[in-house]
Design a protein around this ligand. Sequence first.
Ligand code: B16
Ligand code: MG
Length: 217
Amino acid sequence: MKGVLFDLDGVIADTSVYHFQAWRKLIKDHFNRDLPDELEKQTKGVSRKDSLTAILNYLDIKVSDADFQEMTDEKNKVFRELLASLTPQNILPGISDLISQFKQHDVKLSLASASLNGPYILEKLQLNSVFDAIADPSKVAAGKPAPDIFLAAASAINVDPKDCVGIEDSIAGIKAINKAGALSVGVGAKNELSEAKLLFPDTSALNYDQIESAWEE
Ligand code: B16
Ligand code: MG
């Protein structure tokens, strides 16, 4: 195990709450409609545009390309406002310890987030200097569940994806890690993340030794 490819939202920090809060506000303001909780998992891990497409499909609403663009910009504005209050206290339980363990074992850290706000969020969490690389989601051809962002994250630390583990909370993300050829470590419920090679119920349960054992199998 030479590299770890970290998802951000839902693994390092629970910014997913803010994402969905921002989508809810946008849809309420534009169409006076409410979004059900179950829609959240369809927007997890997928890009901003793919999230809005899923939401509009669900609501059976069509918008012009110009309105679509404006809506994604507006959602991001609301999301950035919510991020302003983010501090290192928003790092999810167990993550700081896990990061230290990887560092102690000379495993390189690379960020494989679909979020264009990744560098800003890491900065707010005071984690930017901890990462060896951040893959740029605007430079990859296809978003999760395509493997591209994980391949880019592995390449950014000069490690073969087969020598990496990927940690994810989304269905799309686990599929992407598996396709990239890295070992998939899921954080979440078994019925959702059944394709993960190793699963932990939440971030506080993440354990370096168990990840390393799964790696050696
Ligand atoms: P942005 P991850 C993903 O982050 C979020 O889970 C997803 O809800 C969001 O739409 C996507 O980032 C894009 O984020 O609008 O900030 O570019 O889980 O891949 O770290
Ligand atoms: Mg995520």
